[in-house]
Structures are given as structure tokens and as C-alpha cells.
Design a protein around this ligand. Structure first.
Ligand SMILES: Nc1ncnc2c1ncn2[C@@H]1O[C@H](COP(=O)(O)OP(=O)(O)OP(=O)(O)O)[C@@H](O)[C@H]1O
Length: 314
């Protein structure tokens, strides 16, 4: 079952520089459909946001791409090969999970030494710098770390891995706002110097929206948006004004959400492009503002099944 929205996708790419891909991937756990007919490409040298509500299928998708779960049908490839039990592929992949566990007796230094052995592109100096940044005590046992410190350790491993494909699955549990900002800053600075492909799943969409270059939204196991963040920023707008004028403007795009109070209506609309004619709306006293990425994701994933949606008339 879909959200009632047409799937929103970028035009097909001619770029063959795809580091990971899914084609018609389905993953079931017993009678739970975690992923249904999922297809997307992850291209080299970009930061992707994998977004969606709780239980949407984000962790499952990342687990399939990192060989930690076997999909039920379809095809998943990383660097052109199946990732499952494929050391050739996995040495270039780092997957940092929110629920990452480490052997209890290891201390922080041991974990980093193990990571250095396992990850081909590991940078020890960078790892040391990140330990200092996050004030992680090298000699402390992992089981004695606070929840936030454990997250900081995961983030440190993900960044210092410099893996050509690095996936962070909601790595922030317990990280305070200062530590999260540190993570974003270090990620951006290091990514600029050492370009690689990063996939980030998060519920803190506003915080990361400036980081993301491409967004994949999963809703109940299906991909409902696969588009560049710029395209989403340009086309997703919040329109407010007299109902007739808002509805006329909205009819040229896809209405993601609409609410009225008296004669005024507010609608979140995905237009056909930045040049959508807004003159009549403005003349009628209406306003058009860019929708935040968070608003866009919320409106894209929370429609009831039978919600009316209008197709773009491009
Ligand atoms: N090992 C499992 N056994 C049974 N069901 C599972 C298992 N792992 C995931 N699921 C189910 O698959 C669906 C997708 O779960 P998944 O963890 O991929 O979602 P998610 O988008 O990462 O959610 P969240 O944002 O809450 O972490 C959910 O319905 C979940 O209950």
C-alpha cells in the first residue's frame, strides 16, 4: 500500500558512477514487509539523507547494503557486487548503527585498534583528533561509557574510517547538541578534503538539511521520494492565502498537505519547478515560502492512504 502520493524521483541519471544500488528489493521478516520493491542508486561523492518515519525500513535498507541482512528478492549491489559475505566490498564500507554493541571488556583504544585493522582507509591521526574533540577517554572500557560517549565512539569510527561508502544509522542517541554540531562540522570539513559517499539516516531533519545533497524518503517500506535536496528546496513550498487563490496555485502541483481556517488556506505543495506562476496568488494577497525539508518529509510520509493528491500538470 502506498501513501497516496505519486513517487517523486529525479530524472534518470546518465552518471554511471554508482557506488550502491537496489533494484526491486523486497525484504520480509516473517509476515512483516520491511522493504517492498525498493529501487535507488547511491552515487559517488555525495551525502545522502535516508529519511522516513519509525519502522519505515531505513535500517533494513542499510543492513541489506552492508551485507548484514539478506534481502528476500531483487538485487542489491555495492561497488558492482553483492555485499553479502563479500570482504572485497566490505573493506570499503563502514556502517555505524545507533544500536552498535562492542565486546564489554574492550576499552576505547582497543576498539579503535580493531577498527584500524578492519577498515582499509582508516586514519589514525584523525581518530585521535576526534577522541580529543569528543573528550573520549582512550583507556575507559566501552561498557563504562555513557550513552552519549558510546555514540561519539561510533561517530568517531565512522568519520575516521574514511570508507568510500560510510553509512550512519541515526548515530546520535544521547549526543548533546554541541556534540552533534561537532559531528556535522567534522563530517563536512573532512568530506570536503576526502570526498566519499555518505548515507545518513536521521529524524533530526532540520539539523542535517544543509548537509544533504540528495534525499531518499522511505514510507512503509517503499521509496516515495528520491531527488536532489536542491530540487526539493526549489519545488516544495508552503502557500498561504485566500482559499480560491491557494487552490488555483496548488492545482499546478502536488498537494502534500492542506488545511483551512475560515476563508484562508495553507497548503504544502510540490510545484513543477521554481518558475511556477505565483503572480495571481500574490495579487490575491497570498504568500509563498520554501517548505523546510522537515516539513516536506512530514507531509510526504504522513498522508492517510485515501488522501486526495493532485498530479503535476507539466
Ligand atoms: N529482525 C526483525 N524481525 C522482525 N521484524 C523486523 C526486524 N527488523 C525490522 N523489522 C521490522 O521491519 C520494519 C522496518 O524496520 P526498520 O528497522 O528497517 O525501520 P527504520 O526505518 O529503521 O525505523 P526507525 O526509524 O524506528 O529506526 C519494521 O516494521 C520493523 O518492526
Amino acid at each position: 500500500m502506498t501513501s497516496g502520493l505519486t513517487k517523486i524521483t529525479a530524472p534518470p541519471t546518465t552518471d554511471t558512477d554508482v557506488v550502491a544500488a537496489m533494484r526491486g528489493v523486497t525484504k520480509t521478516y516473517g509476515d512483516v514487509d520491511a522493504l517492498t520493491d525498493v529501487s535507488f542508486d547511491i552515487e559517488r561523492g555525495r551525502i545522502y539523507g535516508l529519511l522516513g518515519r519509525n519502522g519505515a525500513g531505513k535500517t533494513t535498507a542499510m543492513s541489506v547494503l552492508t551485507g548484514q541482512a539478506i534481502h528476500t528478492s531483487g538485487e542489491a549491489t555495492v561497488f558492482g557486487e553483492s555485499p553479502f559475505e563479500n570482504a572485497n566490498v566490505l573493506r570499503d564500507v563502514c556502517f555505524v548503527k545507533e544500536s552498535q554493541t562492542y565486546p564489554d571488556d574492550l576499552c576505547v583504544g582497543h576498539v579503535l585498534t580493531a577498527a584500524a585493522h578492519l577498515l582499509e582507509h582508516w586514519d589514525t591521526d584523525f581518530a585521535d583528533q576526534l577522541l580529543d574533540d569528543f573528550q573520549l577517554p582512550r583507556r575507559r572500557r566501552v561498557k563504562k561509557l555513557s550513552r552519549g560517549m558510546r555514540s561519539a565512539l561510533g561517530v568517531t569510527i565512522g568519520l575516521a574510517s574514511r570508507a568510500p561508502l560510510t553509512l550512519f544509522d541515526e548515530p546520535y542517541l544521547g549526543l548533546d547538541a554541541v556534540a552533534r554540531q561537532l559531528f556535522y562540522d567534522r563530517l563536512l570539513a573532512d568530506y570536503a578534503e576526502h570526498p566519499r559517499t555518505v548515507v545518513l539516516s536521521t529524524h533530526l531533519i532540520d539539523e542535517v538539511s544543509n548537509l544533504l545533497e540528495h534525499v531518499i524518503v522511505v514510507d512503509r517500506g517503499r521509496v516515495v521520494v528520491d531527488d536532489s535536496a536542491d530540487a526539493i528546496r526549489q519545488r516544495a513550498v508552503v502557500v498561504t492565502g485566500p482559499t480560491a487563490a491557494v487552490d488555483e496555485f496548488s492545482s499546478k502541483g502536488t498537494v502534500l498537505h492542506r488545511e483551512s481556517l475560515g476563508s484562508t488556506t495553507r497548503a504544502t505543495v510540490r510545484t513543477t519547478g521554481p518558475d511556477a506562476d505565483r503572480s495571481r496568488l500574490l495579487e490575491a494577497g497570498g504568500t509563498v515560502e520554501p517548505a523546510s525539508l522537515q516539513e516536506f518529509v512530514i507531509r510526504t510520509t504522513s498522508l492517510p492512504h485515501d488522501a486526495p493528491s493532485q498530479e503535476p500538470q507539466s
